[in-house]
Design a protein around this ligand. Structure first.
Ligand SMILES: [Zn+2]
Length: 274
């Protein structure tokens, strides 16, 4: 037998083995992202304003450029809830070129700068709120504004804990018992307050500063959160764990090519400092 023939036979054998090894697609064995096309960027904004006042602010004009790019290039902004329904097997897979938009912190610019554009482009947005600031801190939305945004049908409000603690620092300075009590309060009180003020179900949580670990994930599940969100910068695929979905934290340099790379999932590692 020639070496060439041997190589051909070997490659055939490898192909056969790999085909046989491919698991059948079933409910318990979800298909890989490539075969379903699920590849959804969850775009995370913080503050929108006429000037870039800090690292977390995106110019209002750039936010509009993002929305215009999505519209003009065949993307569909879907409600975050639709993506969660898919992961919970309550809804269909999101269509190709689906994108999700979220905001953390319920900054007042959600009302002043984001809302007019959200109405203009008719895109759904999920806002992660920490209630201690609402109707209290100068930089935050008020409950009345939140209710008005919700009434527009374009906004959903979910939890960002009660007062945005740094769980890493808290764990260092508190006793284990104190820490557990604090975490339980942060998760439960936020959910209860938003449900009372705004209505609807609060079962999604965005981790402040993106800080979480197995203990916190367990506490979130116990508090009734079906899903939590990190700031791991990559697209959500079919094989995600529902309790830690990735999101892209956007900054003002995410324009032009940088933005299209995020959409295509090829943005690479990002160094965002809080
Ligand atoms: Zn935050």
């Amino acid at each position: 037998m020639s070496v060439r023939l041997l190589l051909v036979l070997l490659s055939l054998l490898v192909c056969t083995v790999s085909v046989q090894a491919a698991p059948p697609q079933s409910k318990n064995n979800p298909p890989a992202a490539a075969s379903t096309g699920v590849d959804v960027p969850i775009l995370l904004y913080h503050r929108i304003g006429p000037t870039v006042a800090d690292g977390m602010t995106i110019k209002t004009s750039l936010f509009e450029e993002h929305l215009k790019y999505l519209r003009d290039n065949g993307y569909t902004v879907i409600p975050l809830r639709h993506l969660i329904d898919y992961y919970q097997k309550k809804g269909p897979a999101p269509a190709p070129k689906s994108v999700v938009i979220v905001e953390d912190d319920a900054h007042k610019s959600v009302y002043s700068d984001m809302f007019p554009l959200v109405k203009k482009y008719k895109v759904p947005v999920t806002v992660f709120v920490y209630p201690s600031a609402v109707s209290n801190a100068k930089y935050a939305l008020t409950w009345d504004q939140i209710r008005e945004l919700k009434k527009s049908g374009l906004f959903d409000f979910q939890s960002h804990t009660y007062w945005h603690p740094n769980f890493k620092k808290d764990r260092r300075k508190m006793s284990p018992a104190e820490f557990e009590k604090s975490v339980t309060m942060q998760l439960a009180k936020s959910k209860a307050r938003i449900e009372k003020e705004v209505g609807g179900t609060v079962d999604m949580l965005a981790w402040p500063f993106g800080i979480y670990d197995d203990y916190l994930l367990k506490k979130a599940a116990e508090a009734g959160y079906v899903t939590t969100f990190t700031i791991e910068a990559r697209n959500a695929t079919a094989s995600e764990k529902l309790n830690k979905l990735p999101r892209y934290l956007l900054i003002n340099s995410d324009q032009g090519k940088a933005f299209t790379q995020i959409l295509s999932g090829s943005a690479g590692k990002r160094n965002i400092v809080f």
